[in-house]
Design a protein around this ligand. Structure first.
Ligand SMILES: Nc1ncnc2c1ncn2[C@@H]1O[C@H](COP(=O)(O)OP(=O)(O)OP(=O)(O)O)[C@@H](O)[C@H]1O
Ligand SMILES: [Mg+2]
Length: 259
């Protein structure tokens, strides 16, 4: 696939150490609009560390991050959000007792002005606009082709796959350019995995640049355009998903080549 526009996100020369553990060394990664890049690698390869750097949760020791060709620093998660980078971490961080709408809008509720006529009081107050939030929640879930029956279901009543859907939907509220998903199918059944992969497809259709971190080669091959391998914190192979063989990718992940 050719990309006339240039990458939305490009990281290059990224180093990150924790004490004497070199988690990332001179790492390169780029992703375009309408593209799903899978980031794969064995345990401790550095995948989540890279995701956290892109999400502003960790700071790199060295390297350059560019958004739409412009160098940026991402000093915090809030800065990442403001730059249009949304991340779904593995622990999801949803509130069990709240329903889908409230989880989506937690901390960023939509408001409308309300005029109180009680006792002639004409001061304007701000009210949470439940109807508008419900409409937007439905719209986002429909765009993701989600099958959550009601947006007023509490999250504790949802399956693991549906929770992942809510977490992905939550990222879309800020209309991000880049969506990073860290192991979105790790604890899901076959059917739930298929559902989440459909959402990843929808994210691409909607024009987002998607970075999908996964251990599962079948998932990656089903949905990714490109596969980037990390091994011991270094780039160790870049593949066009439709053309790469399973063996080639496995060899890049494990460092074992068979002849
Ligand atoms: N906060 C931290 N403090 C110390 N070491 C860390 C920290 N975060 C990550 N590491 C180390 O950095 C290396 C890369 O870890 P990372 O979590 O990025 O790997 P990963 O590819 O996401 O692995 P997994 O597939 O198990 O999720 C590991 O050796 C890990 O122990
Ligand atoms: Mg990880």
């Amino acid at each position: 696939m050719t990309h006339p526009e240039g990458p939305v996100l490009c990281v290059r020369g990224i180093d990150k150490s924790f004490g004497h553990v070199e988690a990332l060394t001179d790492v390169f990664l780029e992703v375009h609009r309408h593209e799903v890049v899978a980031l794969v690698g064995d345990n401790a390869a550095g995948k989540s560390t890279l995701a956290k750097i892109i999400a502003g949760v960790l700071q790199p020791d060295a390297g350059l991050i560019e958004l739409d060709g412009q160098p940026v620093t991402i000093p915090s998660a809030a800065a990442a959000h403001a730059l249009g980078i949304a991340t779904v971490f593995q622990d999801l961080a949803l509130c069990e007792n709240l329903d889908v709408v409230d989880n989506l809008f937690l901390g960023r509720e939509l408001h409308r002005h309300r005029r109180s006529w009680l006792r002639g009081d004409q001061r304007r107050t701000l009210a949470v606009d439940d109807a508008a939030m419900e409409d937007e929640a439905r719209e986002i879930l429909t765009a993701l082709t989600s099958r959550i029956p009601s947006v007023r279901t509490p999250v504790h009543g949802l399956s693991a796959g549906q929770r992942q859907t809510v977490a992905i939907a939550r990222t879309l509220l800020g209309r991000p350019r880049v969506v990073v998903l860290d192991e979105p199918t790790a604890s899901l059944s076959v059917a739930q995995t298929a559902e989440v992969l459909t959402h990843v497809d929808s994210l691409r259709e909607l024009g987002h640049a998607v970075i999908l971190i996964s251990h599962n080669m079948a998932d990656v091959r089903a949905v990714a355009d490109r596969i980037e391998v990390l091994r011991h914190g270094r780039n160790n192979g870049s593949f066009v998903a439709s053309r790469a063989s399973h063996e080639e990718i496995l060899a890049a992940i494990t460092g074992v080549t068979r002849r």
